[in-house]
Ligand binder design. Structure first.
Ligand code: C2E
Ligand code: MG
Ligand code: MG
Ligand code: MG
Length: 282
């Protein structure tokens, strides 16, 4: 009967929820010790200037080598890390490790591009966030100009005034700021007038649809025009095809990042890639 069917449905649904919750709990428990066990590390993906092919940056992306599950991607553990507060220690670790690595590449090979580190809204909201960043720079000896912090519009919108205040402190110290996933937030654009954004990163959901969707083309073109008008550089993320790169270049987008150039690589592979990429950066 329908009633029975409904009951079965409910039971199935509730069992599924229970197993999801259990899975999440077990991931959270594992994540608690992951840093100390050395399972967390950054991979790096190059950012390329159109036209010259110059490497302008390396984005650090967090990875978790889980002893049983294998490689876990951020989508599956960053939300858990944010809800549990673990993102504070994980994020600081990735920041320190990326700065240390960039300094080492600089010293060994003259690497002069920025290292771009993603910052969670939970991290950014901490009162001592800017102090923590300065401390890491002092400890690692990386010049502030060589660090870029990638924040999303959600970071700005959770409190425009305090966010703008922190951005100014970071900007005054020479640290670069990028707005990540640009175009997907709900925010007003007015915050862009309040401080100098060094780079706007066009979200890959738009990049995916160029050059064959006129809507995506129009949005990408408009973001580039606006960004450049505000004095920011504009970078497209998720560039996978030559056709996308050509369209981006035709609308004067400055830079691209994506599988067309390179996938994110561990530090050793990134260093080897730099040496062979005749980019002039190493
Ligand atoms: P994001 O910062 O926007 O990073 C871009 C994502 O696109 C990365 O996914 C990257 O691996 C992927 N990607 C790069 N090139 C291509 C391409 O050509 N095609 C496609 N389809 N994808 C491409 P990933 O590494 O899985 O990271 C996902 C998100 O997790 C990041 O998005 C960022 O929001 C977050 N995340 C990563 N590392 C950290 C971190 O250290 N701290 C924090 N708070 N968040 C992080
Ligand atoms: Mg990013
Ligand atoms: Mg600046
Ligand atoms: Mg992004």
């Amino acid at each position: 009967s329908a009633k029975e069917y409904g009951r079965n449905c409910y039971r199935f649904y509730s069992e599924e929820l229970t197993s999801l919750a259990a899975d999440r709990l077990s991931l959270e428990r594992d994540l608690r010790g992951a840093l100390a066990r050395g399972e967390i590390f950054p991979v790096y993906q190059p950012q390329i200037e159109f036209g010259t092919g110059r490497v302008t940056g390396a984005e650090a992306l967090m990875r978790w080598r889980h002893p049983k599950r294998g490689l876990v991607l951020p989508a599956d553990f960053i939300p858990i890390a944010e809800d549990s507060g673990l993102i504070l220690s994980l994020g600081e670790y990735i920041l320190r490790e990326s700065c240390r690595q960039a300094r080492q590449w600089h010293d060994r090979h003259g690497f002069d591009a920025v290292v771009a580190v993603n910052v969670s809204a939970v991290q950014f909201r901490q009162n001592d966030f800017t102090d923590a960043v300065s401390r890491v720079l002092a400890e690692t000896g990386l010049l502030p100009e060589r660090l870029e912090l990638e924040v999303t519009e959600s970071v700005v919108m959770q409190g425009v005034e305090s966010a703008v205040q922190k951005m100014r402190v970071l900007d005054d110290s020479g640290i670069k700021i990028a707005i990540d996933d640009f175009g997907t937030g709900y925010s007003s654009l007015s915050y862009l007038r309040n401080f100098a954004v060094d780079r706007l990163k066009i979200d890959l959901s738009f990049v995916r649809d160029i050059p064959h969707h006129t809507d995506a083309n129009a949005i990408v073109g408009a973001i580039v025009t606006m960004g450049r008008g505000l004095g920011s550089r504009v970078i497209a993320e998720g560039v996978e095809t030559e056709a996308q790169a050509q369209f981006l270049q035709s609308v004067q987008c400055d830079e691209g990042q994506g599988y067309l150039y390179a996938k994110p690589m561990n530090a050793t592979d990134f260093e080897a890639w730099l040496k062979t990429s005749n980019s002039g950066s190493i």
